[in-house]
Design a protein around this ligand. Sequence first.
Ligand SMILES: NC(=O)c1ccc[n+]([C@@H]2O[C@H](COP(=O)([O-])OP(=O)(O)OC[C@H]3O[C@@H](n4cnc5c(N)ncnc54)[C@H](O)[C@@H]3O)[C@@H](O)[C@H]2O)c1
Length: 266
Amino acid sequence: MLGGGPVRLAERTVVVTGAAGGIGRAIALRCAAEGARVAVTDVQAAALERVGVELGAGHLAAACDVTDSDALSAMIERVEAELGPVDVFFANAGVAIGEDPVDTPGEVWDRAFAVNVRAHVLAARRLLPGWLDRGEGYFVATASAAGLLTQIGSAPYAVTKHAAVGFAEWLSVTYGDRGLRVSCLCPMGVRTAMTAGDGLAERVVKGAGALLEPEQVADAVITAIESEQFLILPHPEVLTFFQRKAMDYERWLAGMRRLQARTETG
Ligand SMILES: NC(=O)c1ccc[n+]([C@@H]2O[C@H](COP(=O)([O-])OP(=O)(O)OC[C@H]3O[C@@H](n4cnc5c(N)ncnc54)[C@H](O)[C@@H]3O)[C@@H](O)[C@H]2O)c1
């Protein structure tokens, strides 16, 4: 049972979305090492298959677009049939797309909302009834430090990650006393395909602090889950920045404008 004491992943059924590489793959492999039965999903079928091979027997790789409600439901049904009811769902798939609102087409905004926010809503809608019946369940949203602070260079990323934090927060407030546990992962830079480019947003991310390895993030996630901590901050300084923002919003905005100016010219 998840309810009650510290959460252990052994013998749990875990789903990780966006697990063809990067943070999702690292979380999946770490959960398997903890003894969980792991299902991984992603739109990148070939890379996902390779993660399935790394996971080995007793786990499942099932490609799916998490923005497609029917496909998501079918994937979860398959997981339930083959591995058992889902105990922990990592809504980790994400896209870092779009820049300035003037140059970013509507379709890009729609996709950012669909993957970074609406997919979390679809998963919660599918899983919550079962979790509330059983009185237990764990939803882990991968947002970003951009969801607590901002993302210089990408309005869609900053906005959708704030929304992901808002949704996770809402779930915790609403269902936290009915057995649902919720955590929200908010890293700064992590060395994955997402930070491989050299656009403005990528430069800011790589200049903002340590560029962590996905495995370090997975370690932070497992530790936070075991202690049922809402905010998962693999870069601890994010808490200080977040506190500064809350303490003096005007000063924080002025500081961020300076950072924006430095990054554009640098
Ligand atoms: N890398 C960083 O610096 C960083 C920092 C903070 C937060 N994040 C977040 O971490 C999460 C994982 O990103 P990552 O850094 O490992 O990069 P990544 O690009 O390796 O992983 C994202 C994965 O999501 C998958 N995906 C995208 N759309 C999907 C869809 N519709 N259905 C299913 N899968 C889909 C992609 O195929 C990809 O494999 C994302 O939510 C990202 O926003 C990353």
